[in-house]
Design a protein around this ligand. Structure first.
Ligand SMILES: [Zn+2]
Ligand SMILES: [Zn+2]
Length: 367
């Protein structure tokens, strides 16, 4: 096995990276290539996808506070949905070897707080405290809009050869969808799942819902996105411009409503629509939210014994399950990838994602 020292010989001293200097101000910099610590792995980034959260951080600096401050220090590197090749391993790492293909999980957590101990490491109580061991790659620690990124060993999975690196970037998205659907949502074969909002997470929820054996209804307004949902296996499509999603869902379920509703639109009206479209005793997962507080029919929720929960990221091993589904060919990253750019073209890639140029769904950046 190559030790870190042996492998380091092949690794350059410096690398290209993009650092945050201020809101909306991302610039190319040269940074030292990080050296893996005791339980860390150095990954050569082969593909990184742009996520809505990257755009959020770029504009507002939240939720990625680094030691309580926005990460606009001319050093911090974002980008968290990536896959690559192991370039070096730390002295205490025997789980991976140099040359292994890997895909990442974003959150390592601190490993010491109550939530991390329960597998809820995306809701770590020491979020952003490096001193207490917390890290979330591309959020509170450097991410992958760079040639190399260092990961704690607990945030890596070996990637089978038949999954291309660009498609593997969607495994993090699958992890987020699955976190809401399976362990927390209790979705089982035969259930009806309503997905509201055909963004990347909503569309991935459609694909994962089908992989888990659910009947899936997708609602949204953009015809092209709904078409992708159909391609991903949605059983029923409801264009909310033409049909009321609540009435349509009820009509499709004999009046009862969906067992699980995954709200991915963030529209202010979506919360009550989700409530009225849920079967008595069913569940609602909020994977998106509106910036303004919204009025909420609590009486309907209580009278109908409806469970409501939010998800943050991809906890409880969900990325591993997403990888399993992709490895078995039950989901694919391919239908999501609409644009590809090189690392040097990152600003154009970000603009394409932000303005959804050319109907962008997922924009992937390669070295
Ligand atoms: Zn993301
Ligand atoms: Zn923690």
């Amino acid at each position: 096995m190559l030790t870190a020292e042996a492998a380091v010989g092949k690794i350059p001293e410096a690398m290209r990276a993009w650092a945050l200097f201020g809101p909306g101000d991302i610039r190319p910099v040269r940074k030292p290539v990080p050296r893996p610590g005791e339980a860390e792995v150095l990954v050569k980034v082969e593909a990184v996808a742009i996520c809505g959260t990257d755009l959020e951080i770029l504009r507002h600096g939240l939720p990625a506070l680094v030691d309580g401050k926005p990460p606009f220090d001319g050093r911090h590197v974002i980008g968290h949905e990536y896959a690559g090749t192991v370039a070096a391993v730390g002295p205490a790492v025997d789980e991976f070897r140099v040359g292994d293909r890997v895909v990442v999980e974003v959150h390592a957590g601190c490993g010491r707080c109550e939530r991390c101990r329960h597998g809820m490491y995306t809701s770590c109580l020491n979020y952003s405290s490096r001193a207490k061991g917390h890290r979330a790659n591309g959020f509170t620690t450097d991410g992958a809009f760079a040639e190399y990124a260092v990961n704690h060993v607990n945030t890596l999975f070996r990637l089978p050869d038949h999954i291309p690196f660009d498609e593997a970037t969607l495994i993090v998205t699958a992890g987020t969808a699955l976190y809401g659907l399976d362990v927390l949502g209790g979705l089982i074969a035969g259930d009806t799942l309503l997905v509201m909002g055909p963004g990347p997470i909503g569309l991935m929820a459609v694909a994962c819902g089908k992989a888990l054996g659910a009947r899936v209804i997708l609602t949204g307004t953009r015809e092209s996105r709904l078409g992708v949902g159909r391609q991903l296996g949605a059983d029923e499509i409801v264009n909310a411009r033409e049909q009321d999603p609540v009435e349509a869902t009820r009509a499709m379920t004999g009046g009862a409503g969906a067992d699980l509703v995954m709200e991915c639109s963030g529209a202010p009206s979506a919360l009550n629509q989700a409530l009225y479209a849920t079967k008595r005793g069913g569940r609602i997962c909020l994977a998106a939210f509106s910036r303004e507080p919204v009025a909420f029919d609590a009486a309907h929720m209580v009278r109908n014994n409806i469970y409501l929960y939010g998800i943050r990221g991809e906890g409880q091993g969900a990325v591993r399950r997403g990888l399993a589904l992709m490895a078995q060919g039950r989901i694919s990253g391919r239908p999501f990838i609409t644009h590809r750019f090189t690392l040097d073209e990152l600003p154009e890639a970000l603009r394409t994602a932000e303005q959804r140029l050319g109907d962008a769904i997922k924009v992937v950046v390669v070295p």
